[in-house]
Design a protein around this ligand. Structure first.
Ligand code: GLC
Ligand code: CA
Length: 546
């Protein structure tokens, strides 16, 4: 199975490398950095959407599924990128945003103009009473999930921003259109697809959420979800033996993921689930801070590793993406132990069973942006929630602090290549300001550093490519009750690999029968193996025995 030796690198193209001096990353910029990615060793790149979009949600509001936004480049640029990537053993994964389109998309515009065919592409409903939306669902970006259209005296559903109208997947024409789009990109040589919030496409019913919550129970992992995915698979990428697909699954369950990403289910190759990235949400609330709950994190990893493995299903492994704050700031220590903790987090993740994803800048330990002023933010979610939190009575200072920890812009600031202006991303003002950390934390420094995070990632990647036990080995949790250490074993034939990780800035001691094991990777020098060992702050050790 091809997915098992893949390491996917995620590029947020708007922030990777600008080459034509407009402060906006472009395809040529990515081409100019392919040697860097080859050196890192990854074999797949997932690109966030580069197609035509008003950019209200940075490309997740699609206005044309088949055209590049000229700010990124042209089809010729893309073909050059695909060729140059292939030469370096790198494949390409595109992002398919099929739960919704931009309200600027031709379909929605036709719907608004009264074309019945296209009106049926979307979810329009009558309100409960004049001025009252069809139900109490909340948009994921704050406020009601419904927007009123006076002309029809109806409301359309938008689970995200009001400029992102939900498509009606019960309509077979919508499903056909989506398959056609996948096939269009397949004809351009794309084998990889990431499906955006794909477990929200089947809505169960449109009743009020009795818990006065956001309504997610009525549209998450809905009743026809698996049917739709099987159909999409059959009518598009499933015909390509080389395909690699991943679904972004919001608030999902293992039971559903077993089907989404089970070996014989004919849906997807793997899933992103997010439970492990909510352990620092107080009462499950994204905008309420608490320190990461380590025991929950550990339990979630163990549960998903074992749950998926027992059903022959496959996880995507990730700490970071364009929607999450930076992991080194969140689960590590981005000051005193930045290098140690960045490496520990990397090893803890990469040695698990699944396909690892590296988000741009993670391989050099980029921390959160820590913006201090709301005007520095661009993200629609951050700007919306800023207003809501102020309204709820929080002070400006409190809200900025929350955004410093939680905003998606923490991950979206320009890639830090060197210490020149804007971190070498662009010689003009970037669309989103560079994080001030670029002066010290950048690719140039990291490549030269003796204890380089980049070099550590290189090793992890090489291990996955070369070691069947990393690709195939079964996962068994170890030291489950330990309050500081996350540890597990992988087993394959007569081999064993043990990964032990100290998630704390203090020492931690453990006991395991380690006779015959050798250390194959660690983030400190001089590790001596014995049955009882003391780990230093954020120490990680990978042990191997045959
Ligand atoms: C996904 C994307 C996110 C986007 C949302 C709506 O969660 O990763 O960036 O805002 O879907 O498309
Ligand atoms: Ca540019």
């Amino acid at each position: 199975m091809s997915k098992k030796d893949k390491i996917v690198y995620q590029i947020y193209p708007k922030s990777y490398q600008d080459t034509n001096h407009d402060g906006w990353g472009d395809i040529q910029g990515v081409i100019s950095r392919l040697d860097y990615l080859q050196e890192l060793g990854i074999n797949y790149i997932w690109f966030n959407p580069m197609i035509v979009s008003p950019q209200k949600d940075n490309g997740y509001d699609v206005a044309d599924y088949r055209q590049f936004d000229p700010r990124y480049g042209t089809m010729e640029d893309f073909e050059e990128l695909a060729r140059e990537a292939k030469k370096r053993g790198i494949d390409i994964m595109f992002d398919m945003v099929f739960n919704h389109t931009s309200t600027e998309h031709e379909w929605f515009q036709k719907a608004l103009a009264g074309d019945e065919k296209y009106k049926k592409y979307y979810i329009f409903k009558k309100g409960k009473a004049p001025g009252v939306p069809p139900n109490n669902w909340q948009s994921k970006f704050a406020g009601s999930a419904w927007e009123y259209v006076e002309k029809f005296d109806e409301w359309y559903l938008h689970l995200f921003d009001k400029t992102q109208a939900d498509l009606d997947w019960t309509n077979p024409e919508v499903r056909r259109e989506c398959a056609d789009i996948v096939n269009y990109w397949r004809s351009k040589g794309v084998h990889g697809f990431r499906f955006d919030v794909i477990n929200l496409i089947s809505k169960k019913s449109f009743e009020d959420d009795p818990n006065n919550y956001d309504g997610r129970q009525f549209y998450t992992d809905g009743p026809r979800e698996h049917e739709y995915l099987k159909e999409l698979n059959l009518s598009s990428f499933g015909n390509d033996p080389e395909h690699l697909t991943v679904g972004e699954m919001s608030s999902t369950t293992i039971e559903n993921c077993i089907q989404y990403a089970g070996d014989d289910c004919n849906e997807l190759d793997m899933v992103f689930s997010f439970h492990h990235l909510k352990v620092d949400y107080k009462n499950q609330m994204k905008w309420e801070l608490q320190p990461a709950d380590f025991m929950s994190l550990k339990k979630l990893f163990n549960k998903w590793q074992i749950g998926m493995q027992e059903a022959n299903a496959w996880n995507a492994l990730f700490w970071n993406c364009h929607d999450q704050p930076r992991s080194v700031s969140r689960f590590g220590d981005d000051k005193k132990y930045r290098r140690e903790s960045a490496k520990m987090l990397a090893a803890a993740l990469h040695m698990m069973r699944g396909t690892p994803y590296i988000y741009q800048g993670e391989e050099i330990g980029m921390p959160n942006a820590y913006f201090t002023d709301i005007h520095q933010y661009v993200d629609v979610e951050s700007i919306n929630i800023y207003a809501v939190l102020l309204q709820q009575g929080k002070t400006e200072e409190e809200v900025i602090h929350i955004l410093q920890e939680r905003s998606r812009d923490n991950a979206r600031t320009p890639m830090q290549w060197d210490d020149s202006e804007n971190g070498g991303f662009s010689d003009v003002k970037p669309w989103l300001q560079s994080a001030s950390s670029y002066k010290d934390i950048n690719v140039k420094n990291e490549l030269a550093a003796k204890d380089s995070i980049f070099r550590f990632y290189q090793k992890l990647i090489k291990m996955r490519k070369e070691m069947p036990i990393v690709q195939e080995g079964l996962f068994y949790p170890l030291l489950e009750e330990d309050e500081k250490i996350f540890a597990y074993e992988r087993k394959y034939q007569d081999e064993s690999l043990i990964c032990v990780n100290n998630f704390y800035p203090e020492t931690a001691t453990f006991t395991l029968p380690l006779e015959g094991y050798e250390v194959i990777l660690s983030n400190y020098e001089d590790v001596t193996v014995s049955d009882t060992m003391e780990l230093r702050p954020y120490e990680t050790i990978v042990l191997y025995k045959k």
